[in-house]
Design a binder for this molecule. Sequence first.
Ligand code: MGD
Ligand code: MGD
Ligand code: MO
Length: 757
Amino acid sequence: MSEIEDPVDDLEVSRPKTWAAGVPAVAHAMQYSLGQTSPRRTALTLMAVNQVKGFDCPGCAWPEDKHRHKNEYCENGAKHVNDEATSRRVTREFFAEHSVADLDERSDYWLNQQGRLTEPMVKRPGGTHYEAIGWDDAFELMGDELNGLASPDEAMFYVSGRLNNEAAFLLQLFARAYGTNNLPDCSNMCHESSGAGLGQTLGIGKGSVQLDDIHHSDLIFVVGQNPGTNHPRMLTALEQTKKNGGRIIAVNPLPEAGLMRFKNPQTPRGVVGNGTKLADQFLQIRAGGDLALFQMLNRLLLESDDTTGDVLDHDYIATHTTGFDELSAHLRGVTWEQVLEATGLTRAEIEQVHEQVLASKSVIVCWAMGLTQHRHGVPTIREIVNFLMLRGNIGKPNAGVCPVRGHSNVQGDRTMGIWEQPPPWTETMEAEFGFSSPKAVGFDSVHGVHAMREGRAKVFVGVAGNFVRAMSDSAATEEALRGCSLTVQISTKLNRSHTVVGETALILPTLGRSDRDVQASGLQYVTVEDSMSCVHRSHGKLPPASKDLLSEVAIVCRLAQATLGEAPAIPWSEFEADYDTIRDRIGRVVPGFGDFNKRIKKPGGFTLPNPVNEHVYRTPSGKATFTANDFDWLEAPPGHLILQSLRSHDQWNTIPYAMNDRYRGIHNARRIVMVNPADLEELGLTDGGTVDIVSVWEDGSERRAEGFTLLGYPAARGSAAAYYPETNVLVPLESVAADSNTPTSKGIVVRFEPWDE
Ligand SMILES: Nc1nc2c(c(=O)[nH]1)N[C@H]1C(S)=C(S)[C@@H](COP(=O)(O)OP(=O)(O)OC[C@H]3O[C@@H](n4cnc5c(=O)[nH]c(N)nc54)[C@H](O)[C@@H]3O)O[C@H]1N2
Ligand SMILES: Nc1nc2c(c(=O)[nH]1)N[C@H]1C(S)=C(S)[C@@H](COP(=O)(O)OP(=O)(O)OC[C@H]3O[C@@H](n4cnc5c(=O)[nH]c(N)nc54)[C@H](O)[C@@H]3O)O[C@H]1N2
Ligand SMILES: [Mo]
């Protein structure tokens, strides 16, 4: 195999694409896959993705269509599963050759390209290298460390949304039986603002629509989301909406290819034709302007209703809601002047949207990170709920809220109790397993970093993610982990979180979603919940990457035994031997999972009920709640822009798969920053120049990311964009969204300074 090298930026630019998916996408996926493994393994992997008896695509949380195509996967899902199915292996010889310090010098790309982890490894205090350790010794080491802490709250367990339901349920059970709610997760940096905004208004932090609703809605807003790259199968659903006569409005500072036009590779028209036009209207909004936009749309609805009396759904408002009068009074104070400045849109554009809303009997709003990762993400989502409620677009067919989740099981992990707060079913769990669960709220991701830096947390266990690169304030996060007595990563592939380590560090390699999982009772499957609350099975199909891997369930069970000993009330060995026994317990503890083992066998699984669709609102008042939200937007001082950090087409979260961003016409480079040419001119900067990005914060502090190439790009005026995780260093730990504590990765006030090489 050829030696992998750290990539060097050598920027080439082509015209951004105006359409997404189609045949070239399939070719690109095959190219990446064949670079990782053999044609046979590639074919085997792809054949099994998202089939009823195959495994759930780990690429994203978009639901599968009931009428599946034979090839129900997309370019990026295919790249993602083949990244896991790679034939490359990281062995003990590899670790003997490369010290931890040496690995820490390598790029994220290089680390990932080394292949699958194959056996448990330990870095001992004072040691320079990882060395092999047996599984039993690794668990004993962890158990001793955890039992030696002054309090269980000195340990934290970070979970990313790849983890399946069974392992997630057991992990939270272990953490709580051990005595802590310190269960930060990737949601804290992702859709936490959605959970908070929806919880406060509708009483449940999940979306309320199904695929069928998307297909048949009159009007769909896609706000702050880049589905062509991050949820490509959503484009098939939107194509269906269009076929059925629905309309689409895209709201984004960037003209993302996937929002404009879609060529479906699974239909003849997508292969040879121009594809389907998706967005009927594109609102090129200033970053952070969405709260202002929806406040004006809501004001316009009130005003139209003043004239005709039939614009608002007065029945819905009277029967199911509270807070309308306060909202109404508040919105009348919102002015055009404010809104046009905050959004960068024209009055005519916003009035045109209003007309489309009036013409639609059913409306859905979809969103992702472009809304949640702003300081005012939660009020923005609450304002969207106001918008939908005013016309009764909640709790009826083809209408509702659709936060589009990221990780394939991020929603399921939360349902299973991966949360820093005690889950709502704590008492049932306590009765089922005979222990008293902690009641104090634990650390979320941001609080966890503070706690580690202040010495209040000493043991960090990370499952299925890359915490060091996912969190904001890279320098602070690194310092936090280096200060721990023990850091443990339960992972499939090498990443930065294995090179930024505590005094002792463990790597525990595990089976991935595509690997076959055999336990004492035979072949196992796991379950996941998609973005639309559908719970279904996932069967690993491939021979495991190494004979020394344990499943995530097995790792949690053995860790629990090593720490807590065998307790009859929690039969860890039984759980490890047969996952049906875990599902039996989930069925008894978590609402909506009754008869789990039976219902999950149905092809396609089952959908958890969303009480909102029965007009049951679990808010303090028992009603859906209108909220009056303070007007807020992101103002940049003269000479500054608002920078967002986002994903390229060739990366999966913290891991770049290649150095390209094909739909945006960017090749061979990641340290670039996209800026509107008029902004470049106004700032006296040149396209192609190299600069440092300097972020400035309310407390007067500044941070610097060095050596980025300026790229003239059709971004909204005042709104720049650069890739995550290279720009995480710009966001201080303290900069978080109100009410959700989510790092403000999309709202960074920056200026550019000449790069001092
Ligand atoms: N291939 C691939 N798929 C993935 C992932 C991946 O990394 N790669 N990650 C997964 C995960 S965990 C997640 S959470 C999702 C993320 O899915 P997305 O949310 O689509 O991801 P981002 O790349 O962060 O894109 C944010 C989008 O919001 C827009 N935006 C930024 N600021 C604003 C704003 O203020 N207002 C508006 N209206 N728009 C704004 C950006 O221009 C961009 O189009 O994708 C999931 N799927
Ligand atoms: N600046 C900025 N920061 C962000 C974001 C942003 O938009 N901008 N987005 C945020 C968001 S939305 C998210 S979700 C987080 C993502 O943060 P994380 O979820 O923590 O990061 P990932 O990159 O998904 O983690 C990749 C690692 O997961 C491990 N892995 C993969 N599959 C498996 C598996 O099946 N089992 C196990 N045990 N391990 C596995 C591999 O070792 C791989 O290296 O980042 C957040 N950070
Ligand atoms: Mo995410």
